[in-house]
Design a binder for this molecule. Structure first.
Ligand code: AMP
Length: 287
């Protein structure tokens, strides 16, 4: 049995549950507050705070875990990254009050006080920049600090940027780009049985992530447009072309295409005389 630590609440928890469920690892918990749950096959989920997951994995309480790259780096623990799970995307940024007049790091006077929930990353960042600052660790709501005289500057997570704007703060620079990661340790990887199970888990999660950015498109097109159709829907290895019974001069083409440009794809296919266009989601994609 492999224990996988998953965030019990907060921004990462819903997305982690959804990804595991989509990958066929349905979370079967005894109740909404259960601390563990079966994930079917050889996995068990352990629900803990996202902040604690790097420690739990590093100490061997869990064999692997899902948490934010920011929290992994802040923990300072030695962990091996198995996959970027893409959700929980955000950046850790340096921000100052708009009225401070600071626009870049070069405007920060020596000894500037910086409030943050990420003291380790912040110290490392300013050390690397060769800037002398005073880090003020806080446990949350760092954006208040400049307004109540605790600090002049903050280092905080930014997603849309609206929290900074609402609090009259201006981003000076990015310290770190973050997203959720699946991590384990070298010790777990040295166990061939566990390593194999984790490899299968990475494959399953990866196939769901790959499928999310894709759509399966089907259309009936005049046979004499196939060369042009191939340019519109190149597919993974060229589109699949299928005869249609009594289809006259039409054939069916099927292809996997990018979800981001599906609107354009449909318009281009229509312009080539395509009929009966169908677009579906893909559950899993193993290229
Ligand atoms: P936003 O207003 O969208 O820029 O979000 C910023 C607020 O949400 C800050 O208070 C952050 O601490 C928090 N936040 C944004 N993204 C994440 C994330 N991926 N993980 C945890 N907290 C986040």
């Amino acid at each position: 049995m492999l224990r996988i630590a998953l965030p019990n609440k907060g921004r990462l928890s819903e997305d982690a549950r959804e990804l595991f469920t989509d990958a066929g690892l349905e979370i079967r918990a005894a109740g909404p507050r259960a601390l563990t749950a079966s994930l079917g096959s050889e996995f068990q989920a352990l629900f803990v705070r996202a902040q604690d997951i790097p420690e739990f994995v590093a100490d061997g309480a869990a064999d692997a875990g899902v948490t934010g790259f920011d929290l992994i780096r802040e923990s300072g623990r030695e962990l091996e990254e198995l996959a970027d799970l893409e959700f929980g995307r955000c950046r850790l940024a340096v921000a100052a009050r708009e009225e401070s007049g600071m626009r870049t790091l070069a405007d920060m006077p020596p000894g500037t006080r910086i409030a943050t929930v990420f003291p380790r990353i912040t110290r490392q960042f300013f050390d690397r920049c060769g800037l002398r600052v005073e880090v003020v660790p806080v446990s949350g709501a760092a954006e208040i600090a400049p307004h109540i005289g605790i600090a002049d500057v903050i280092v905080d997570l930014v997603s849309t940027g609206s929290t900074l704007r609402v609090n009259g703060l201006l981003e000076l620079t990015t310290v770190l780009e973050s997203s959720s990661r699946l991590v384990t340790t070298a010790a777990v990887r040295a166990d061939s049985r566990k390593a194999k199970a984790l490899e299968e888990l990475v494959g399953a999660l990866g196939s769901v992530l790959a499928a999310r950015g894709k759509r399966y498109v089907m259309a009936n097109v005049p046979r004499n447009t196939l060369e042009a159709v191939r340019r519109v829907v190149p597919g993974l290895n060229g589109p699949t072309v299928i005869d249609i019974m009594n289809g006259g001069d039409h054939v069916a083409v099927h292809a996997v295409v990018s979800a981001a440009t599906i609107y354009r794809t449909i318009a281009d296919l229509k312009a080539l005389g395509a009929q009966g266009i169908l677009v579906t989601r893909i559950e899993r994609l193993m290229a």
